[in-house]
Design a protein around this ligand. Sequence first.
Ligand SMILES: Nc1nc2c(c(=O)[nH]1)N[C@H]1C(S)=C(S)[C@@H](COP(=O)(O)O)O[C@H]1N2
Ligand SMILES: [Mo]
Length: 519
Amino acid sequence: MNKLPAKKLRDLGAFGLAGFASAAVLFSVAQLMSAFFATSSAPLVAMGSVFIDLTPPWLKDFAIATFGTNDKLALFISIGVVVAIAAVLLGILARRSFALAAGSIVVLAAVIGGAVLSRPATGLVDLTPIILGAVAGLATLRWLTKLAAKSRSTGSDAVPASGSSRRNFLLGSVLSLVGAAVATGVGKSLATARNVADSARAALGLPPAKVLAQAPPADAQIELSGMPKFITPNKDFYRIDTALSVPRINPSEWSLRVHGMVEKEFTLSFDELLAEDLVETYLTLTCVSNPVGGQLVGNAKWLGYPLRQLLERAVPKEGADMVLSTSIDGFSASTPLEILTDDRMALLAIGMNGEPLPLEHGFPVRMVVPGLYGYVSATKWVVDLEVTRFEDKAAYWTTRGWSDRGPIKLSSRVDVPRSFASVPAGKVVMGGTAWAQTRGISKVQVQIDDGDWKDTELGAEASVDTWRQWRYEWDGGTSGNHTVSVRAFDAQGEMQTSDKADPVPNGASGWQRVQFSVE
Ligand SMILES: Nc1nc2c(c(=O)[nH]1)N[C@H]1C(S)=C(S)[C@@H](COP(=O)(O)O)O[C@H]1N2
Ligand SMILES: [Mo]
């Protein structure tokens, strides 16, 4: 192998560093400026969002399976690594030809600009951050590559560059990086200061419900260490969405447009919504991406206005069979009109467990619909309801390979013991959760190793729309490995299917089997 002379290596390193520092300046300046424009005018947000929208179902599923609800962090880190490598290569390219490197940056900026413009609710002015960022990045590259060239050893190895020119280059690079860090920090605080959604949420007092939900009976909760809380605290509630930066909506600027195949189109403001007769309901939400035994399920008390009443006001026309709900960031869900108008408690919700919706859970207004997976019903940051037909319109995930309808499958889970837990010899208390929203759970059974299926004790039922907990006392077995399997039955006696299915296209199925060992 040919070894690069140390001199050349040093030179490449210097230009690589120049490229890296210039990219840092480009992105941080754009990030800082994005505080004054649409959130998706920030390059990382725009690129990440486009990437998410282009993600095929198998990759989405892989990301959620691998990174869980950290999938967004994983995406940002991946983009960051790719950008950093590209930046170093661009710096090295600039050593050959500054014009070529500059041209590449302009092309990259144009691609990012395209990503910004492709986001919902962005316009030409939202290109300002990337344009200013690109100008700052180019200027930095010009400056640093000049310093790097000056610090380059002239002539033979025996005549090193003067120490001062090398110092100048290093100083320039450090200055650029520190400047980038400062710009990022200032951008962060600016964005926080300009975030009206947080302060509006803090100031919002929820009106009391006209129809109160009956509090769940105390023994809906099975007291056993390791069991989930019957009511999931907001901070622990799973979060799944395509939003790389949480939409920040000022409720006084929020409105919901109801239109399409209706006799009376109208637009609802937040104050009008608050003035309606609101109802409370306990409801367990479930994500279609939840694997067998997974944690993408949560139970909360919701406060909102029945969608049935809202749609009655609009008077849907003959032939309509779907409501396409769209969020401010372009996500959409297709919900059967029939389900939104029957007597289940489908809500346009503003409250979650006694608080205004948390920003990540849809502030100020979202939908929640008993019995349907979130991707076809639970639109957060909802701003538009179009009454239409399945034949005419397709929702966000439908165009990406998922089913256009998503009733929640009858499911059950083992929470205790955890997979691969080791339990002391003697009696073992097991526990878990089962759900069949709108129908209710009538029975849960477990099977230890290859034994007979045994009925478990059920916690009290709070409502057919909420999950139900179970517990089972096992006398214990020989020390070594054991398994416990679980299956549930709905109120009509229908048994959970043992057929294994992946989440794509309409939800996972199969019985969960947990391995554990007795000490
Ligand atoms: N605006 C918007 N709403 C959305 C989504 C989304 O990506 N964007 N995802 C849906 C999905 S797939 C689920 S499972 C639920 C999750 O709601 P949560 O994050 O409050 O638990 O929100 C639904 N609503
Ligand atoms: Mo979901």
